[in-house]
Design a binder for this molecule. Structure first.
Ligand code: CUA
Length: 180
């Protein structure tokens, strides 16, 4: 019998379970338990699955905080659109806005120092993807995500959007500098 032909016995569900099937059910259950345990293990020992704090916010409230941060710590501007490059002191709360279609502002951080990075989208769902470090966080409207980051290598990092957000999704690229 294959799955394409009808079962030869109409009342097939009253037959005892085949040994092979039982083995497969057992494997699936064990594998499910292993994968469930891996979630906290990856978090604790694998240094993956970042812990983030999440708070309710509104676009207006978040923009105000980001604007205040930008006004206080901007050191220069960059590009045709005069994007501010913001160099906050170590340990500071730092802000980045996701919006159609950019990450604003550009950050300049110090290697080996910790910062509390705040992320929020003021319109749609975007995906924060820091490359080449490959750190990924969903950025949702209405929620302010906060995570502690400690850049461990100098260089120029790109923040790409990895959640499809419309016609210019592929151009939604931000920047973070890490300096000595
Ligand atoms: Cu923002 Cu894709």
């Amino acid at each position: 019998m294959t799955s394409l032909s009808p079962p030869d016995q109409k009342v097939w569900w009253k037959k005892p379970i085949d040994r092979a099937e039982l083995i497969w059910i057992f494997i699936v259950v064990i594998w499910g338990i292993i994968l469930t345990l891996m979630m906290p293990l990856w978090h604790i020992f694998g240094e993956q699955n970042l812990s983030t704090e999440t708070y309710r916010t509104t676009p207006q409230r978040y923009m105000e905080k980001t604007q205040a941060f930008v006004d206080q710590y901007t050191v220069r501007t960059e590009g045709d659109r005069q994007f501010p490059v913001v160099a906050p002191p170590a340990g500071e709360d730092i802000y980045m806005v996701a919006r159609l279609w950019d990450w604003w502002p550009i950050l300049e951080l110090k290697q080996g120092q910790s910062y509390r990075l705040h992320l929020n989208s003021i319109d749609w769902n975007h995906g924060f993807s820091l490359q080449p470090a490959n750190l990924n966080i969903q950025v949702l409207p209405g929620y302010e995500h906060v995570l502690t980051i400690t850049p461990n290598a100098t260089g120029e990092y790109s923040v790409i959007c990895n959640e499809y957000c419309g016609i210019n999704h592929h151009n939604m690229v931000g920047k973070i500098y890490v300096v000595e």
